[in-house]
Design a protein around this ligand. Structure first.
Ligand SMILES: Cc1cc2nc3c(=O)[nH]c(=O)nc-3n(C[C@H](O)[C@H](O)[C@H](O)COP(=O)(O)OP(=O)(O)OC[C@H]3O[C@@H](n4cnc5c(N)ncnc54)[C@H](O)[C@@H]3O)c2cc1C
Length: 441
């Protein structure tokens, strides 16, 4: 241990010293220390995979394990959700959505100037060529993500937290249904099963639903977990049992220091590691910038309300695409929410958005008990082409990135962890990762 660091008096430790005494189950060779910045679902899954492979893993987070965006999401394993967000059909909806301040998409005027470069890239990502490339990459990632999650659930003993009851997407008009058909046809190309339903079949899939939904699409392979936070904590318990350690602290700086990486915490301490994985969700680009990677990460803020258990007997996840929200039955309650607010990391939450979706849910599920709900906002980490960043930093081969999964971070966490493990251990990645390159922008 030596005294040094930017503040002059700051402490520098090797990561082994920083870990709690006795936390490592077995001694491992030099070069095996990996620090992960971020204990969201992506960081936690990476910790599980890397400890399984024999690496000595320490996870840094300023709050706790799975306490931020990964704690309150809609809990879907949306393996069939392969369509990039930027596409022509979506662009047609933009004026209507933006006209409603509490609708599916909002841009707070104060954030607009900062957002313009991202919006420009988003618009370009909707061109046929870019869209097709993102679609193929996303579908490839999903084909990997599903078996990786199922394997991780089994290995960690958490399979019982999985719900395999499919999803039901609902449409209020023939026009809305017809507008969804190209998206379903695109899924045909990747052999994703689904079935369009109407009338009695809708009522059987979800009794008590308002009659205003004339058509639906049932996706049998859609899965959810009983609660995203509980699942995240359970995966972490598995990683911890395998030897991963949690260190609470905000990482202020990540930089190369000879053959190793220095991680400076806000409190002043500096920790050295052989390798670093940045999995800090919507805040990751700030650390990547320090390493010379300028990644256009924005946040799509999303909102929900979780009602107490018993608010309504919802049989499976219900998706109201035209209204930009979903209803998910969890073991901890009924979660109603979604929406996109391109509002950055600093503006205060606008919970009128949660309330607006709850009010719609009350109309869609007559009899829904709307009392006693808990409101929440989370920060989806989003790239303009709807693909995550998975790969190495430009300046240091020992720094890896895994962030930017947007609406799909839970769904793709285990697949991402597999790819990171492949990269770290020098194996050929399980799929072509060039579409996820940090240097693609
Ligand atoms: C309303 C809503 C619904 C959603 N529904 C779904 C869904 O159904 N299915 C799905 O797959 N995805 C869903 N998502 C998206 C999903 O929640 C995210 O993609 C995912 O949680 C991102 O995980 P992460 O680990 O990358 O980031 P996070 O969960 O945000 O974790 C990042 C962690 O990094 C920490 N951190 C950041 N900076 C630092 C620093 N400098 N030092 C130390 N720690 C730091 C933070 O404290 C945080 O704990 C939804 C999102 C929202 C908002």
């Amino acid at each position: 241990m030596a005294a040094a660091g930017r503040g002059g008096s700051a402490e520098v430790t090797g990561i082994s010293d920083a870990r709690k005494e006795g936390a490592s189950p077995r001694s491992r060779g030099e070069g095996n220390d990996i620090a992960i910045v971020g204990a969201g679902i992506v960081g936690i899954c990476a910790a599980a995979y890397l400890t399984e492979a024999g690496y000595r893993v320490s996870v840094f987070d300023r709050t706790g394990v799975c306490e931020e965006t990964s704690s309150g999401n809609a809990s879907a394993f949306a393996f069939s959700d392969v369509l990039p967000l930027a596409h022509k059909g979506m662009m047609k909806n933009l004026p209507r959505w933006l006209a409603d301040p509490l609708g599916p998409l909002a841009i707070p005027p104060s954030h607009l100037p900062k957002l313009l470069p991202w919006l420009w890239r988003f618009w370009r990502a909707g061109s046929s060529r870019h869209y097709e490339a993102s679609l193929a990459a996303q579908a490839g990632m999903m084909k990997l993500a599903e078996p990786e999650w199922m394997g991780l659930l089994d290995r960690s003993g958490t399979r019982s937290m999985l719900r395999e009851d499919g999803s039901l997407e609902l449409y209020e008009s023939e026009a809305e249904f017809r507008a969804s058909l190209p998206g379903w046809a695109a899924r045909d190309r990747f052999d994703i099963p689904y079935r369009h339903v109407d009338g009695d079949e809708i009522s059987a899939l979800q009794p008590g639903l308002s009659g205003q939904f004339i058509k639906g699409t049932f996706v049998p392979g859609w899965k959810t977990s009983i609660d995203p936070k509980l699942l995240g904590k359970a995966i972490w318990a598995y990683a911890e049992k395998k030897g991963a350690t949690f260190l609470k602290g905000e990482v202020a700086l990540v930089m190369s220091a000879r053959e190793r990486i220095a991680i400076q915490l806000k409190e002043g301490r500096t920790v050295m590691a052989d390798r670093v994985l940045i999995a800090a969700g919507a805040w990751s680009h700030r650390l990547a910038r320090q390493l010379g990677d300028h990644i256009p990460l924005e946040t799509e803020r999303g909102y929900n309300t979780t009602l107490p258990v018993g608010a309504f007997d919802v049989k499976r996840q219900l998706i109201f695409g035209g209204h930009g929200f979903v209803i998910t039955p969890l073991s901890t309650g009924l979660r109603i929410g979604g929406a996109v607010e391109l509002g950055g990391l600093k503006l205060p939450p606008n919970y009128a958005r949660s309330k607006a979706m709850l009010e719609k849910a009350r109309r869609f599920l007559p009899g829904l008990k709307t009392e006693g709900g808990r409101e929440w906002m989370g920060y989806r980490p989003s790239l303009p082409d709807s693909l995550p960043v998975i790969g190495r930093s430009r300046s240091s081969a020992n720094v890896y990135y895994a962030f930017g999964h947007g609406h799909l971070g839970k769904t793709q966490a285990a697949g991402t962890a597999r790819l990171i493990r492949d990269l770290v251990s020098g194996r050929a990645p399980a799929l072509d990762i060039s579409p996820f390159s940090p240097q693609r922008f």
